[in-house]
Design a protein around this ligand. Structure first.
Ligand code: AMO
Length: 431
């Protein structure tokens, strides 16, 4: 017999499987609340209708035991679920030890670290599971957008010999007789693909940063959503792609995640297009007006970003790009404007948190090597990358978006770790 999920139960014969959420024995009646991936079911036992040993079985059940129930589902006005299963056969498939190491129904009462140690139990809470149901749809919708817009999915190496995002955050290890690194980003390889003729590529995969600080938005391993687009006119082309993709994701989540959104009691707003563009100088000016002075050319700290998020919100913008960053602030691969002062690099922020960064790339090989020298990089380490610019490299631009940060934003979690199954932080490498 095929298993029936809780949300599909109709009157008639059913086979229900799941975890014991609750047991109540009241005289000649016993009730089991059974939970599966989709919700709850009620199993009702009446003395006389079922063999006596089933009452014995139920009284020996523990919360979170795995059970299977063959029976008759009948409409019911007593059960708040509207339907009850009268069992013909009950089986304990797998016992749960007692006590449970964490309380599955009371996330808030369990210390966070312990929850992550027992993530599999933590996820039996429908609210936690809802985050990952939405996460699934978010990544599906991003892929759908790319595939509908002529992007080709690529897979580039995680084991790399050179990092593009600065040496300080590289995780190094011995690779046979060489030194190698876990990638910080597929940056160099997605750009090399622009010289291959694929024109539009995307990659969704892990990226690693040895970032020792502890914030609401940093982890050591995250999912980087990258795309690169050739034959562009300016960085505007990829900003347009990025905002459309975000829009597509929100629309998809609203359409396909109704149950999970209801469980989390959230209703994310589909952002309006186009997103506002603020220049870096405008951001500094607005912050200065509100009392935060930032030296031109300095990065925005978490608190500055948050503050600007509030300023932008007052102007009616939750989603916005910050454009025209100083050239000296951006990595060597970002094209500098002719004046050398500004760049074609940008960030995408939502409510004061950076979600993505990108820009038009320097595709002229002599300028690229100059930028690398200025960044004090040994261009010899990057020969495999520079070669791709020597034999016909079209103008191109691209972005990297923190996939987990997008999930964090959509589900409204204060900390990014909540959106990652097994988060990696400086302290945590298990489970
Ligand atoms: P950047 O270094 O800004 O750019 O990273 C891109 C996006 O990745 C996310 N991110 C992180 N998320 C969680 N934890 C971290 N430690 C972390 N670090 C970064 C952020 C960020 O906006 N190669 C360029 C992108 C490009 O130009 O195409 C890059 O990696 O959301």
């Amino acid at each position: 017999m095929i298993r029936t999920y809780s949300h599909e139960i109709k009157p008639g014969k059913v086979l229900a499987m799941g975890w014991v959420e609750n047991i109540r024995i009241m005289g000649s009646l016993a009730f089991i609340t059974l939970r599966d991936r989709e919700g709850l079911m009620q199993v009702t036992l009446k003395k006389g209708d079922v063999p006596d040993e089933y009452f014995e079985l139920v009284s020996n059940m523990n919360k979170e035991d795995c059970i299977s129930v063959h029976g008759d589902a009948k409409k019911s006005s007593h059960s708040r679920l509207g339907i009850e299963i009268y069992p013909e056969k009950i089986e304990i498939v797998s016992k749960a030890e007692t006590p449970l190491p964490i309380d599955t129904g009371a996330v808030k009462h369990t210390l966070k670290d312990k929850r992550f140690d027992y993530r599999f139990l933590d996820m039996r809470d429908p609210k936690i599971q809802a985050i990952f149901r939405i996460r699934d749809v978010i990544f599906t919708k991003m892929r759908e957008y790319f595939e509908n817009n002529r992007f080709i999915e690529i897979h580039t190496p995680v084991i790399q010999a050179a990092g593009a995002e600065g040496g300080a955050t590289l995780f190094g290890f011995n690779y046979y007789q060489h030194k190698a690194f876990l990638r910080q980003s597929p940056q160099l390889y997605k750009q090399i693909m622009m010289a291959s003729g694929l024109d539009r590529v995307y990659e969704i995969g892990p990226a690693f940063r040895a970032e020792k600080f502890h914030t609401r938005r940093h982890v050591s391993e995250f999912i980087s959503v990258d795309f690169e687009q050739a034959w562009i006119e300016s960085e505007e082309d990829v900003m347009k792609t990025l905002e459309e993709m975000v829009h597509h994701v929100y629309k998809g989540v609203k359409k396909d995640c109704k149950t999970a959104l209801d469980i989390l009691e959230i209703d994310p707003e589909i952002p309006k297009l186009p997103f506002k563009r603020f220049t870096y100088d405008e951001v500094l000016e607005a912050l200065a007006k509100s009392g935060t002075k930032i030296k031109w050319g300095s990065d925005l700290e978490d608190a500055d970003e948050k503050k600007f998020g509030e300023i932008a919100k007052k102007k009616g913008h939750e989603w916005y790009f910050i454009i025209k960053y100083p050239a000296e602030m951006k990595p060597f691969y970002i094209m500098a404007e002719q004046d050398g002062k500004y760049s074609r690099g940008f960030d995408l922020d939502c409510k004061g948190m950076e979600l993505a960064s990108g820009g038009q790339r320097e595709h002229r090989v002599n300028k690229l090597v100059e930028r690398m020298k200025a960044a004090e990089l040994n261009s010899k380490d990057f020969n495999f990358y520079i070669d791709a610019f020597k034999y016909g490299m079209p103008p191109h631009a691209g972005i990297g978006l923190g996939g987990d940060r997008l999930v964090q934003q959509i589900v409204g979690m204060e900390n990014i770790k909540e959106t990652i199954l097994f988060p990696r932080t400086p302290e945590k490498v298990t489970p």
